[in-house]
Design a protein around this ligand. Structure first.
Ligand SMILES: NC(=O)c1ccc[n+]([C@@H]2O[C@H](COP(=O)([O-])OP(=O)(O)OC[C@H]3O[C@@H](n4cnc5c(N)ncnc54)[C@H](OP(=O)(O)O)[C@@H]3O)[C@@H](O)[C@H]2O)c1
Length: 255
């Protein structure tokens, strides 16, 4: 955690904690049925974070379509009533196809680049936001990274420049965010940093903060809960959040 910013972040937390708390209340033991189910397209839904998001969407009664590559391991979503559309985010026609013949109200991204392509987000965000806009998508929630674009300059003491390629990947994350912001879509960006290992249970203590000089840990179930709490929530529109969870240590254990 960047302790220099803790005091500032603390000032910002209370109203946003309310958001997180209401989301946790909604999680509860009984799934809350959506008034009218939304059609939600999830990119990266087969991944560790994405599957946590999909589970919560299904529990709320939303209709979920998962965009997955042909060879994606779908086992994290076994037994869940979701639809599938097959494609690769690196292939723009696949992205266009994801919107063809189906209504999409909300797009959620939870993808992670594996091959260190430093133009990954730039490549898919352009066709994805264009297709979402053309389809009349009402909300786009993007899982981003602390350090994206100009945000990297907020953390001069972390030695990111010594990690080969890291600043280039953050630059790409920033390009992706900027494409989304300029798209005309109603967006929410939730930036995470080092997340606790897959399988870490929810702490129920995470919150969204608007202090973009904050960096700290989070567990994926809490990140998913915060993501879903922004669905149709006007308080999240046009916001770029970082995530804070004081109940977890920093840095997290390695995944
Ligand atoms: N792991 C960490 O410590 C860490 C650190 C920082 C940030 N994050 C962030 O957490 C979020 C998700 O991370 P995660 O660890 O949950 O990721 P993950 O388990 O590796 O899942 C990544 C997802 O992205 C999909 N994906 C990757 N390339 C794709 C492509 N070309 N076309 C379509 N789908 C593609 C994968 O599909 P397949 O099923 O086909 O592979 C998978 O569903 C991201 O925002 C990531 O930046 C994680």
């Amino acid at each position: 955690m960047n302790h220099l910013t803790t005091a500032v972040a603390t000032l910002l937390v209370p109203p946003l904690l309310a958001l997180a708390s209401s989301a946790r209340a909604a999680e509860g033991s009984t799934p809350v049925a959506a008034a009218k189910p939304r059609e939600v397209l999830v990119l990266g839904g087969t991944g560790a974070l994405g599957a946590e998001i999909v589970r919560r969407l299904v529990a709320r009664g939303e209709h979920v379509t998962v965009f997955a590559r042909p060879a994606s391991d779908r086992s994290r979503l076994d037994g869940l009533p979701v639809s599938w559309v097959v494609g690769d985010l690196m292939n723009p026609p696949d992205i266009e196809n994801a919107f063809r013949g189906r209504p999409v109200d909300v797009v959620i991204t939870a993808v992670r680049v594996e091959d260190r392509d430093i133009h990954f987000y730039e490549k898919f965000m352009k066709p994805l936001t264009a297709a979402a806009h053309a389809a009349g998508v009402a909300q786009f929630i993007h899982s981003g990274a602390v350090g994206a674009g100009a945000n990297a300059a907020k953390f001069p003491s972390l030695g990111w420049e010594k990690v080969p390629g890291l600043l280039d990947r953050f630059k790409d994350q920033g390009v992706g965010e900027d494409i989304l912001r300029a798209s005309g879509l109603t967006y929410t960006i939730i930036r995470n940093s080092r997340v606790w290992p897959d399988g870490t249970p929810a702490t129920g203590k995470a919150a969204l903060v608007e202090d973009d000089s904050y960096i700290g840990p989070v567990a994926r179930p809490d990140l998913a809960e915060l993501t879903v709490s922004c669905l149709g929530n006007a308080a999240c529109y046009g916001k770029t959040y970082h995530v804070r969870d004081d109940s977890l240590t920093w840095p997290p254990p390695r995944n």
